[in-house]
Design a protein around this ligand. Structure first.
Ligand code: DQA
Length: 156
């Protein structure tokens, strides 16, 4: 069974407590359980990782990139948090692993928020983007990733 990495960036460990009007009351362990449940239905193994450090996120993308090359990893669902709007290094990491499909995800609709959230360094390197569906976005992104993989596999 192929693996999907569900990667969460800075402050997402505070989900459920942090600005609930924007991000809801669901905690990160709840989100991870939601993803594992969706993974079971979709036939993929879910690996979850959260870090507040840019370097740790980069290392996990590199690791997933190696997994993608050896056929054990299908892709990555990534909520980069505030690094979305600042991190050339995360953009380069995704570009650098060459091929790993990364779905960028935001719980809130960043385009309906402050102007500084409208630009993403991640989007140009992403295979797809899910924005503004609350925590259900994780399930939508997982389904999209698996459907994309199936469509590509059928075409080859
Ligand atoms: C976020 C949106 C970002 O702008 C913010 O910095 C986050 C969460 C979201 O999921 O809506 O930390 O990525």
């Amino acid at each position: 069974m192929k693996k999907v990495l569900v990667l969460n960036g800075p402050n997402l460990n505070l989900l459920g407590l942090r600005e609930p009007a924007l991000y809801g009351h669901t905690t990160l362990p709840d989100v991870e359980a939601l993803c594992r449940d969706a993974g079971q239905k979709l036939g993929v193994e879910i690996e979850c990782f959260q870090s507040n450090s840019e370097g740790a996120l980069i290392d996990r993308i590199h690791e997933a990139g190696r997994g993608y090359k050896d056929g054990t990893v299908l892709g990555c669902v990534f909520n980069p948090g505030a690094y979305t709007h600042t991190s050339v290094a995360l953009h380069d990491a995704i570009k650098g692993v060459d091929g790993l499909p990364v779905i960028e995800l935001h719980i809130s609709n960043v385009h309906a928020r402050e102007a500084f959230r409208h630009h993403s360094f991640i989007s140009p390197a992403a295979a797809g983007i899910v924005v503004g569906f609350g925590v259900d976005g994780y399930v939508i992104a997982l389904e999209g990733l698996v459907r994309r993989h199936a469509r590509q596999a059928a075409a080859t």
